[in-house]
Design a protein around this ligand. Structure first.
Ligand code: TRP
Ligand code: SF4
Length: 330
């Protein structure tokens, strides 16, 4: 059970515009959480350097775009603390101290490390990449977060965080509570080509997309491959368009589409038309709000700066406690 004063923390690397997969898989859930618990959400811009430290010039703009999407989706600086990792340098100090109690083998065994190295074809992984989950542990434990809303792919990082907390507490006294992953129920969000929605596949619908961009993306989206002609019956259960219906279209109309599909009573364009009626309005609302922020990037910078000041005072209190527990100064 999540209780009112429980603290929740999560972060995203600044990869730029948020797509519908990120939104439904994480952001939308953050927006809901901020009504009930004490939320800290941050831009993991140091983490962005772990896989590519040569394109730093893209990070400031990507931070603004991503934060605009957060605000557009409904994160509110009055209800949540929104901040930038690098503006709370205490994270680096805690990461350093954690690195002293962490066997290298633990980090080498984290599955995302190998995956990143293989998927991105990194020839010579950096020390920072190996330490990625340790920096994440510092992000989380700094705020003594009880819950960390993340997708399943991040569970090994939360597990490691718990081990680090135990190890640190064992060595220096009870400092950190053990956090729990709060698994977000992630709906299946396919991209326009039917594969998982992902920036690297170039198959995304972005929160920043206006209706005139979303409409053709949906209209050309892959459907049940067996339904070649209008007269062929289809199977909604294997159709990526129908995955969207499950998220956006109310049951009666969705069921009507499914029947129409199976009986070849409707064509795919009709079916997509129904989807667009339910998909476009909520996205338009988010987009209009995000565009108002994008037009005033200074305002976004100020929101993140104020949030970082707030986060930093929590971080400083934690570090006071940590330094005392460590006790290495005369
Ligand atoms: N590793 C997370 C991701 O790729 C981002 C992240 C960094 C994070 N620090 C965090 C998430 C702390 C939750 C808590 O999505
Ligand atoms: Fe998919 Fe709809 Fe076409 Fe059926 S009618 S294949 S559910 S797009």
């Amino acid at each position: 059970m999540v209780r009112p004063k429980d603290r929740v923390l999560s972060g995203m690397r600044p990869t730029g515009k948020v797509h519908l997969g990120n939104h439904l898989g994480a952001l939308d859930n953050w927006v809901t959480l901020q009504d009930d618990v004490d939320c800290f959400f941050f831009v993991a811009n140091w983490h962005a350097l772990t896989t590519d430290s040569s394109h730093t010039d893209e990070i400031p703009g990507a931070t603004i775009e991503m934060a605009a999407d957060w605000l557009g989706a409904g994160l509110s600086p009055e209800r949540s603390t929104l901040f930038i990792q690098s503006q709370v340098p205490e994270h680096a100090e805690l990461h350093l101290l954690f690195s002293m109690v962490t066997p290298v083998g633990w980090l080498e065994r984290v599955p995302t490390y190998k995956e990143m190295v293989e998927q991105l074809g990194i020839e010579s992984p950096s020390y920072g990449l190996l330490g990625y989950p340790l920096l994440q542990a510092a992000d989380i434990l700094m705020y003594k977060a009880k819950y960390v809303p993340v997708g399943v792919d991040q569970v090994p990082h939360i597990e490691l965080t718990r081990e680090i907390a135990r190890r640190f507490n064992g060595a220096f006294g009870q400092v950190f509570p053990e956090p729990e992953a709060k698994l977000t129920e992630i709906p299946k969000v396919p991209g326009t080509d039917g594969r998982k929605m992902s920036k690297s596949y170039d198959n995304c619908i972005y929160l920043a997309d206006p209706p005139e961009v979303i409409t053709p993306k949906i209209n050309t989206m892959v459907t049940d491959p067996a339904r070649k002609r209008r007269s062929d019956p289809g199977n909604p259960e294997v159709c990526p368009v129908f995955d969207f219906h499950k998220i956006f279209t109310p049951a009666p109309e969705r069921d009507a589409c499914a029947v129409g599909c199976r009986t070849a009573g409707i064509g795919c364009l009709d079916c997509k038309g129904v989807l667009l009626q339910h998909l476009l309005p909520p996205l338009a609302e988010i987009r209009e709000r995000r565009q108002r922020y994008v037009a005033k990037p200074r305002e976004i910078v100020d929101i993140l700066r104020e949030g970082s000041t707030k986060a930093r005072s929590v971080a400083q209190a934690t570090m006071e406690h940590v330094r005392q527990a460590l006790g290495i100064e005369p």
